[in-house]
Design a binder for this molecule. Structure first.
Ligand code: ZN
Ligand code: ZN
Length: 390
């Protein structure tokens, strides 16, 4: 593994930062202590610092004359999970935990900022983006709304997420969709309540809701190209409270995941159509509220190529995976990739056994991969700035 001596020498400090961040997890848009931690270090490196974008976002800027402008992004928020790792540096804040490794991402980008401040990777500008609220709240979108891309007109952008189940010392990077679009829905099926023993006097919304759930599943199995991964999950059904009463209405809620914008449009239209038509057939009504939360995370071919070559320069060809299937989970870096060509890859976090998966109370970021993450950011910035293609 090609890690420079300067980055190797940072390792103890990186572990210390990661564990300090791990002890003090903060939820979406409340990352005040985390933001102060980041800003203090960026200043210490001698970088230009901007605070307050999307509330708790922090930007560090390295200016080194004329040249391209490359963005590197880390997410900084934690989750409302009570930690069960028993680590000596476990969360000190009850009910909150860095269970997605954003403490590690923040540390890798801080390390990269320090390394590049000391030794600029090429002519141009590097923008270090510490983004709040990746989990559910779409902090990337809010940063864009707050003018991120007007203040810092990026030519390309890169990010890494740790990936349990991918061996430590490996990176996965490919062009095209890597994470799915994330939508949510709520369907209200309104029938006519009646006595449980006299269903003919009402319109049973529960039987109808059951049919609808199945009709939606056949959108995935019968109407979408089988090679175009799509998920419709009804995750809640709420109705009724008495054994012998057929209720007036049923609420179904859930989530939809798609990889292609056209499929996303199709699924939304088809879910609406089937709900309305099937309900109408039974003289009931269906009201579907469909919310588009995150778009799919789609890597630009050229940026993915730059990132792949950067990873291969550090790890060798065999340790860089390019033929993996996308995840049907989602990532708000997608909002940035809608505006700026870029690439998002996975850095192996090691085994996911023993519940050490993302969003698990047993999860922990693997400190051993911190120098690799730093080196990747430095190498990808160098290539983005100099156009080096070796
Ligand atoms: Zn997460
Ligand atoms: Zn995450």
């Amino acid at each position: 593994m090609n890690i420079t001596p300067a980055i190797k020498a940072m390792e103890d400090q990186l572990v210390e930062w990661r564990r300090a961040l791990h002890r003090r997890p903060e939820l979406a848009f409340e990352e005040h202590e985390t933001a102060a931690f980041i800003a203090a270090r960026l200043r210490w490196f001698g970088l230009e610092v901007h605070e307050g974008l999307a509330g708790t976002g922090v930007i560090g800027v390295l200016r080194n004359g004329e040249g391209p402008c490359v963005g590197l992004r880390a997410d900084i928020d934690a989750l409302p999970i009570a930690e069960l790792t028993g680590a000596t540096y476990a969360s000190e804040i009850p009910g909150k935990m860095h269970a997605c490794g954003h403490d590690g991402h923040t540390t890798m980008l801080l390390g990269a900022a320090q390394a590049m401040a000391a030794d600029p990777p090429g002519p141009g500008t590097v923008v270090f983006i510490f983004q709040p609220a990746e989990e559910n709240e779409g902090g990337a979108r809010v940063m864009i709304e707050d003018g991120l891309l007007e203040h810092f007109p990026l030519d390309s952008i890169y990010a890494l997420h740790n990936w349990p189940g991918l061996e430590a010392g490996r990176i996965a990077m490919r062009a095209g969709p890597v994470m799915a679009a994330f939508d949510t829905f709520e369907l209200k099926v309104i029938g006519k309540g009646s006595h449980g023993a006299m269903p003919h006097e009402g319109i049973d919304p529960i039987t109808l809701a059951a049919q609808l759930q199945l009709a939606w599943q056949t959108i995935v199995s019968r109407a979408v190209d089988p090679t175009d991964a799509t998920v419709i999950s009804v995750t809640q059904i709420h109705a009724g409270h008495t054994l012998n009463v057929i209720p007036e209405e049923v609420i179904l809620r859930g989530t939809v995941r798609t990889l292609r914008p056209e499929t996303r449009d199709f699924v939304q239209t088809e879910m609406t159509h089937r709900a309305e038509m099937i309900a109408a057939a039974y003289r009931a009504t269906a009201q579907l509220t469909y919310q588009r939360r995150y778009p799919a995370t789609i890597n630009a071919p050229e940026a993915a190529e730059t990132a792949r070559r950067a990873a291969e320069a550090i790890l060798g060809r065999d340790a860089v995976q390019t033929d993996y299937a996308p995840s049907m989970a989602s990532e708000d870096f997608a909002f940035l990739l809608e505006k700026v060509p870029g690439a998002y890859g996975w850095i192996g976090n090691g085994s996911a056994e023993g519940g050490r998966n993302l969003h698990s109370p047993h999860y922990d970021f693997n400190d051993a991969i911190l120098p690799l993450g730093v080196q990747f950011f430095v190498e990808v910035a160098r290539r983005a700035l100099t156009g080096a293609n070796d």
